[in-house]
Write a protein that binds this ligand. Sequence first.
Ligand code: SF4
Length: 380
Amino acid sequence: MSGNPFHSRSAAFRDSGCTPRRVGYVSDVSRLEHIPIDERRRLEAVTERFNFRASEYYLGLIDWSDPDDPIRTLVVPREAELSEVGSLDASNEASNTVIPGVQHKYADTALVLCVEACGGYCRYCFRKRIFMRDSHEATRDFGPALTYIADRSEITDVLLTGGDPLLLSTPRLARLLRSLRDIPHVRTVRIGTKMLAFNPYRLLDDLDLQELLVEQSGSGGRVYLMCHFDHPRELTEPATEAVDLAVRLGVICANQCPIIAGVNDDANVLRELLETTASAGCPQYYFFQCRPTRGNETFSVPLVRGWELFSEARRGVSGLARRARFCMSHETGKIEVVGVDDNNIYLRYHRAKDPSDHDRFMVYKRDDTAVWLDELTPVS
Ligand code: SF4
């Protein structure tokens, strides 16, 4: 590790006596002073159902003079979330849960839900059920998860998720990463995180975390940070610095986000996101269709519209920024939208839960209002 040029830089930083910045969190809407008090009271009914949380740093990105500010839409509750439309588990993740905190949908990949909190709560979250009071979906004891993975040599890739794994303490994350590294067939570990958007100082100011990433991401195995930037305005100077730092630590970064009404359902915004993430060092990997999760109807963009935005956003950007796919995380697999014409929607399994669906191409009748596969009619 000492041969790594970053390591000596971080050691010098540590020796300089710099102290980490403390970023506060707000989890009570009554503290959002920019919102009129009667509105705050109404929003408390929303947060009784779906928790609210945001860092002071992230709240500072909001233009409060704009009621439709995309950062505000992303993180501040709205009454429309009280809609009863949708399921709390829209992709039927329960059917992939093999032991508490472990999902195993595709043979080569295991998901470990290792924490039940995020650095903020995206209002459109597809997994908001795990932030609800009586949820115990994430595991606090990693032992059974590690045994499950160690016993299955077909698992070559582990996705740490939740919640946000970067909310684990660094020593706890270190124990988990090192244990995974000890499993010979695990070749890549992905950390799904929005912390570089919600609080980039989590990485910038934690030298132990930086050294852990150096240690864990190298020729013996690779750590990927699956970043979650939804809007180019989230790529602030500290966020961009955090991505750059992660890259220099040896981590591979990629970005994934859903297309969300009021946040990024604009081709120019998506194009800017493609270009900004690519130049920052975490090129876009997926755009997702917003899942029909309870409370998410207000954030939903029809599939055809999503395709049009995705297609338009890619016009004129470099090949590097065009590698992203537009997918639906359906209970049967990750289904890519590959095209739309006047009559039909063309889909293909990018990842299939049932191996017989591998790469299967599907044609459905075009429906400009449908938001999910189950609402479409197949072309026979
Ligand atoms: S970062 Fe991901 S898991 Fe966390 S609230 Fe947002 S969408 Fe949900």
